[in-house]
Design a protein around this ligand. Structure first.
Ligand code: DHB
Length: 388
């Protein structure tokens, strides 16, 4: 072969691989697929796959390719994977993030690489302040804890003990619940914390029982609720007269049905229930179950599903450009109907604005659900709202 020909073929090969890369928008999806937070990974991965099955994998002329990585919910691993996805795979977007430390560890990479970081699960208020490239489709703990405190004081609860997982979202839940409850005239008897890793609730439950409060307010992350409830019952606290109130992370749809009738009547506040009464949600739950062997979608799943909607619609707005700054600009202010109800991205904070529902665990057609009975519309993250 002539040298000229060889050079031409080589140039063509280079050109076509560059063109192929430009025709693809890659999403690096980092989730805990194994370990303590595995249910979060399983739910979000399933929701992302469902979104693509329903909406196709081509947007604005780009093929959207999702690269899934398991960070085992170890933040150093999350960071390393994010770096590899940006440098080696040239992803246009980073997404997922099962726990707050993982979302935080990735923030400097999002900033340096100017790659959007779509937080689909983690819920500490300050996450969106860690990088101008972070956008959240999940929730904040303050969003559900403040309405829970309001409901408690209005319904005759005067003395509360709080019990939270001892890290970002738990500390937000403790502070936002306690501040609101005290401001409205209530008394916080004690603030108790349990470790995130391998929690043993027994010692704090004994303290809670001794405090003889009207109610125990609880936050534990998705996946830990069933174990908490088991120990709550083992210590007889369900019969102590002290009410259990919570963020909806505790009465997680992923585990709720297995918790048993002891959780019936538990009042909690959250952004999503599988029994949310809308046509869109009914279709979502049915499609999700069908695609996943009957698995019920939980609040983590909608963070993933809506995160994909946000990415797809942003790509449409940029006409397929994967420029990070353009994508973030397109995401700001976007509003749509989610299976959880109406949601939008606050253009000032890049955090989610959504309804919070007060729910009661009840039996519907023989299964346990969080049945919504009151709605607080369009809740902005109270922590950031207070700073203004
Ligand atoms: C976080 C994780 C959870 O599983 C949850 O339910 C709420 C918050 C977090 O780490 O931010």
């Amino acid at each position: 072969m002539l040298r000229r020909e060889i050079a031409a073929i080589a140039a063509l090969a280079l050109f076509s691989s560059a063109a192929a890369a430009q025709d693809t928008a890659k999403i690096g999806l980092i989730l805990p697929m194994t370990g303590q937070q595995a249910s979060t990974g399983k739910q979000i991965d399933a929701a992302v796959k469902l979104y693509q099955a329903q909406h196709g994998s081509t947007v604005a002329g780009k093929k959207v390719e999702v690269i899934l990585k398991d960070d085992t919910s170890v933040p150093d691993v999350t960071k390393r994977l994010a770096q590899e996805l940006v440098v080696n795979d040239k992803v246009a977007i980073l997404a997922g993030f099962g726990i707050t430390p993982s979302a935080m560890a990735t923030a400097p990479i999002a900033t340096q690489a100017k790659v959007p970081e779509v937080v689909m699960a983690a819920g500490t208020s300050s996450i969106t302040e860690a990088s101008p490239f972070i956008v959240r489709t999940s929730f904040t703990l303050a969003q559900s804890s403040v309405p829970m405190a309001e409901w408690a004081i209005k319904n005759g609860i005067k003395k509360v003990v709080t019990m939270v997982s001892d890290y970002g979202p738990g500390i937000d839940a403790e502070k936002s619940f306690s501040d609101k409850f005290k401001a409205d005239g209530g008394t916080i008897v004690e603030n108790l914390r349990v470790p995130l890793r391998s929690p043993d609730f027994a010692p704090v439950l004994q303290k809670a029982a001794d405090a003889k409060a009207d109610a125990l307010f609880v936050f534990v992350p998705s996946g830990a609720g069933a174990q908490f409830v088991k120990q709550f019952v083992e210590r007889g606290l369900d019969k102590s007269g002290m009410k259990l109130i919570a963020t909806g992370d505790v009465t997680d749809d992923d585990q709720l049905n297995g918790m048993g009738d002891v959780v019936m009547g538990v009042i909690n506040a959250h952004n999503y229930s599988a029994s949310h009464d809308s046509a869109l949600n009914k279709a979502y739950v049915e499609a999700f179950k069908k695609a996943n062997g009957g698995l019920r979608p939980n609040f983590m799943s909608v963070g993933g599903y809506d995160g994909m909607h946000l990415i797809y619609e942003a790509l449409k707005k940029t006409n397929g450009s994967t420029d990070g700054e353009k994508l973030i600009a397109a995401m700001k202010g976007m509003a749509w109907e989610s299976p959880r109800g109406p949601i939008s991205i606050d253009p000032d904070t890049r955090d989610i604005i959504q309804n919070i529902y007060i729910r009661k665990v009840d039996k519907v057609n023989g299964e346990l659900y969080n049945v919504e009975f009151a709605t607080i519309p369009n809740v902005k993250d109270p922590v950031k709202a207070a700073k203004k």
